[in-house]
Structure formats: C-alpha cells, structure tokens
Design a protein around this ligand. Structure first.
Ligand code: KG4
Ligand code: ZN
Length: 334
C-alpha cells in the first residue's frame, strides 16, 4: 500500500492555510496565516479585507507548506480545498489557487465541505470509530452530525439562528472585549466568583436544534436594565452566566443524541470546542456514561488546512474528485 500525500488549502474565512497530510492521519506540515489583527478593529471579519489578505498570502502559504514538508509538488497525490460554505470572495481565492496548483502539477482536485474538515481534524489524533456523533461548534456553525461511516454525514440538529461562536462574539462585544470574544469570555468565566442566571433555551421536547439569539438578547437586556438602574455589573458574572447556559444546553443535547443513536464515539470540532468550560463539561458527561469522547488540540479546533487535507484524503480514496469547473460554494450543504 502506497502512502497518500494530500495538500490541503483553506481560505473560507479569515485564515489563509495550507497543509500536507500523510494518509489522512499524519500532519507533515501545517501553515496558518491569521488575519485576526486586520479585522479586530472592525469587531468582526470584513469580507473584502479577508479576500485581499488571502490573495496576498495564498501562494506564500502553499510554498511554505511544501518547504516545511521538504516535498515537491510531484510527490503529492491530490489537492484538497475548502469548496464551501464560507465567504464567497474568500473561498474563491482558495479554490482558484487549488485549481491552478492541480492543473500545473497534473494532480486530482478534491472539494471539501468546511464542516467535514472540522470533523476530520479528529482523525489527525486518533482513528474514528463508527457510528459516531460529531458536535461542530464554531463561529459559523452549531451542529450535531451523525456519521455511520466515513464520508457519510447526517445533520440531526443545528442552530435556528446564531451560531454559538457568533453569540460568544456578540456578548463579548457588549462587554467591550476584543474580537474574537470567545476566548475572553472563557477566561473571564473561569476567573469569576459568581454567575448571573440566564435562561436555558431547550426548544421543543426531543429537539436536537439549538437557539442562541434569545440568550444573547437576554444578556443584552440584562446589561441595558442594569445600566438604567445605575448598577455596575461585574463583566465576569455576565460571562460566567452566559457560558453556563451555553455549556449546559450543548452538553445535555450532545449526551442525549449520543445515547439515542448509540454511537461508539463522540468528537467535538470547531473554534468553540476550544472552550475550557465546554471541554470540561463534555468530557465529564461522556466519561460518566462510558462513551469515548475526543476533542482535537486547540490548534486543530480553529480553522486550519490539515483538517481539509484529512477530509480530502478520505474523499480522494472514495474517488470523489472534482474538476476545473469547481467554484466556491458559500451555501454548500454537508
Ligand atoms: O472554527 P473557527 O475558527 O471559525 C469558524 O469556522 O467559524 O471558530 C471561531 C469561533 C469564534 O466565534 C471564536 O470566538 C470562537 O470560535 N472561540 C471560542 C473560544 N475560542 C474560539 N469560543 C468560546 N471559547 C473559546 N475558548
Ligand atoms: Zn471553521
């Protein structure tokens, strides 16, 4: 059996990333150029700025991934790129770079769904066991995904409004914390000696869907009313209260889904999976039930190209390759 080397490319949001992964499991090189500093002063990702940065960075990042791996393009077996979802202008840079690279080096091209990438980040750490439940929780997504085998994704629950990370970032903004706010809320929540009691949003009985905009509004209203009364609210109490609500609901739904679907493994993915409170709560809950639970290291939770190469390898092995007609698909479904 010959080893398979895949170059992954990711540009769906605000990281320009390229990585080479061996056999879908082993990172050979992993380069991420973050643009966070350019977006910080706007309090969020500005699509036009993101595209411009990707254009500037993409060639350098791909070259660096090859260089760090000490590999030549002809030693690769395929090029995998995030086809969607994401910002259209940002996606286009990665897709076109991947097409050009694949064409110039006569390599097959694989289009990867960004969420499939987040899920397959776990495979860079340990083999996936099916049936599997994936909790994908990031700035753009909050989904419970059931997988009965490689490459098969069934979304059993998703957010009906804001993604969890989006809610984190908005709450952080009202607390005057810098973007992205998730890590700051996490830090404050941990240091807090108290927590405000915000509502838990469960939706209809049995639903695996999520809703975070009501919680976000509850936080904003609380802050507004306190201000009107001239009260000073310790920001850490707000952060802790908000985080408690998110963590309790997400943990309970993931646990119930894992039991109902009798999965052999639960994995978490996405930027919010970096959250300390959530990690502790989820690992505690699954350990108690004896269900194997994994979260990739922080650097593989947030956007990167190793996860795209890992997911792309499985697709390549299944013969799911694309062609030069590939386009960025901002609304791509899993
Ligand atoms: O996966 P990701 O890098 O990008 C998307 O695909 O969305 O996730 C970014 C999101 C941001 O909303 C950020 O605030 C959140 O992940 N995040 C966190 C933490 N670290 C990053 N949220 C809560 N706690 C954290 N420690
Ligand atoms: Zn992401």
């Amino acid at each position: 059996n010959k080893d398979i080397y895949v170059l992954g490319i990711e540009t769906s949001c605000d990281e320009t990333a390229a990585s080479i992964v061996k056999n879908g499991r082993e990172i050979i090189s992993n380069v991420v150029a973050s643009q966070i500093d350019s977006h910080k002063r706007f309090g969020g990702v500005v699509p036009e700025i993101a595209s411009r940065h990707h254009v500037e960075q993409i060639t350098l990042v791909i070259e660096e991934a090859l260089q760090r791996a000490q590999m030549e393009p002809q030693e690769l077996d395929a090029v995998a790129v995030t086809e969607g979802p994401g910002l259209v202008g940002a996606l286009l840079i990665g897709v076109n770079a991947a097409k050009a690279f694949a064409f110039a080096n006569s390599l097959p091209l694989v289009g990867v769904h960004h969420i499939a990438g987040h899920i397959y980040a776990n495979r860079l750490e340990q083999e996936m066991e099916f049936p599997l439940l994936a909790l994908v929780i990031s700035g753009g997504h909050t989904e419970l995904v059931y997988m009965k085998e490689h490459g098969s994704f069934e979304v059993i629950g998703e957010t009906r409004d804001d993604a969890a990370g989006e809610a984190y970032d908005k709450v952080a903004r009202t607390l005057n914390l810098p973007y992205p706010g998730g890590p700051h809320i996490d830090r404050l929540a941990h240091a807090s000696d108290g927590a405000i009691d915000f509502p838990r949003v469960w939706l209809e009985e049995g639903s695996y869907d999520f809703s975070f905009s009501g919680l976000k509004s509850a936080v904003l209203n609380y802050m507004h009313n306190a201000k009107q009364r001239g009260e000073v609210v310790p920001p850490e109490h707000v952060a802790a209260g908000f985080q408690n609500s998110v963590v309790e609901v997400v943990t309970a739904k993931a646990l119930r889904a894992a039991k109902e679907y009798k999965v052999h493994q639960v994995i978490a993915a996405g930027g919010v999976a970096a959250n300390k409170g959530l990690r502790t709560s989820l690992s505690g809950a699954f350990e108690q039930r004896g269900i194997p639970f994994f979260i990739p290291p922080l650097s593989l939770c947030t956007d990167n190209a190793a996860m795209i190469a890992a997911a792309g390898t499985v697709m390549f092995e299944k013969g799911l390759t694309g062609n030069m007609a590939m386009n960025g698909r901002p609304g791509m479904v899993l």
